[in-house]
Design a protein around this ligand. Structure first.
Ligand SMILES: [Zn+2]
Length: 166
């Protein structure tokens, strides 16, 4: 447990992380300047993980807290550019799946507020089971402002700055 916490601490102080950038954000179909912070992880495409600065801070605090009890919160995807959202949306549309990705310009990933966390579920014999990581997040996420706001997607956690439960 202690080893994991130390690992997280060293990741959090690695140079290059915590850098802030202005990127193109989208909310409700409108473009805006979005300030993001780089989280000390890489996403599933081996790209830097970016979240809106307050969401990034909340996530990093949550990650440290989770590590203390042995959960390593790895991110599959976080902030998504308009181009990436369009590509994702199209790939689902082409496969006839209409409810998995939000329309380009309307995803909370484009406003830097959502993270897809790995290891939140397992599929066994075509049945989906939520993991202890999910249940830890469900119980502790609200302390950091994170909620699973799409129940059919146990990996999808969104930051609500006004709903941080102390
Ligand atoms: Zn998501």
């Amino acid at each position: 447990m202690l080893g994991m916490a130390l690992l997280i601490t060293s990741l959090l102080t690695e140079p290059g992380f915590h850098d802030r950038y202005i990127v193109e954000g989208w909310k409700n179909g409108k473009k805006f300047d979005l300030m993001v912070t780089r989280v000390p992880l890489r996403d599933r495409s081996n790209r830097p993980v970016l979240l809106r600065t307050d969401a990034a801070e909340g996530f990093m605090n949550m990650m440290t807290e989770a590590a203390k009890v042995g959960f390593f919160l790895d991110i599959n995807y976080a902030y998504r550019s308009h181009k990436a959202q369009r590509a994702l949306w199209r790939s689902y549309q082409n496969r006839g799946i209409t409810n998995r990705a939000a329309r380009p310009g309307w995803s909370t990933h484009q406003s830097g507020l959502s993270v897809d966390i790995s290891g939140c579920y397992r599929d066994i014999n075509n049945k989906r089971y939520k993991t202890t990581t999910f249940w830890w997040l469900k119980a502790n996420g609200p302390k950091f402002g994170f909620y699973n706001d799409v129940p059919s997607e146990p990996w999808h956690w969104t930051f609500f700055p006004n709903k941080i439960k102390k």
